[in-house]
Design a protein around this ligand. Sequence first.
Ligand code: ADP
Ligand code: MG
Length: 265
Amino acid sequence: MSAVPSVNGAAPWPHVEMVARTSVAAPDHPPVFSLDGVGVRYGLVQALQGVHLSVAPGERVALIGANGCGKSTLLRVLHGLAKPSSGQLLRGDGSRQAMLFQRPHMLRMSAQHNVALGLWLHGVRWREARAQALLALQRVGLDGIAAQNARTLSGGQQQRVALARAWALRPDVLLLDEPTSSLDPHAKREVELLMAYLAASHGQAGPGHPVTMVFSSHNLGQVKRLASRVIYLEHGAVLADLPVHDFFNGPLPDAARLFVKGEMA
Ligand SMILES: Nc1ncnc2c1ncn2[C@@H]1O[C@H](COP(=O)(O)OP(=O)(O)O)[C@@H](O)[C@H]1O
Ligand SMILES: [Mg+2]
């Protein structure tokens, strides 16, 4: 796994883009996810409808669209937290997934124990889990506050602890639901930088098995910096699914074009 420098100083952006570009999709490998006509219904609300998509290992997929368009529902389906009411979801064998939310869930214990607990729940012995947790906190530049009650940390620090908790598990797939939406600009940058590093690392299967990342975002700058592919959703349906360059430079369906124009304004 690549060593990550401290993110406390100002991080040079060009380097981040370079890192983000180094993880390349491997289309010859079986897909990590494959959705065939997936729909999710909550009572009268059709949260997702007719979603067909396939995600290859190492892809960095951004989900965008207005509030209520189905981004969180799609991520929850991918993580097994919501069941399709129609269609089918196939998941690649044996890949380990971690998910981050807009507001991290921290238990009332030290940052180190919060990270260690995740490992312990995956069968790592407590002593070993604590040691690995400290290393993971080092990677996100938070080893200095390892002993502090995680609930007393700032929002940005808590999200970094959540990233450490995910990272410690060496996930093959990382799902993030608007991970920087509730953060101030400085914390946003730090978390985004760490997302780039995590995406450029590899999962439990070792080198040659890049991490696959699917994240939702309201920040189109962030999407440009981190994503290799962009999926635009409206009323639960996929209206555009394009490589990031094509999404921002090529012709788009009207709805997606107006959304991008509105967000950029
Ligand atoms: N647990 C739920 N029960 C009922 N309706 C839900 C539930 N979760 C999401 N929805 C509805 O499904 C639609 C999609 O929501 P969501 O996936 O959260 O969108 P987004 O994350 O893009 O804002 C919305 O209309 C939302 O109100
Ligand atoms: Mg959401």
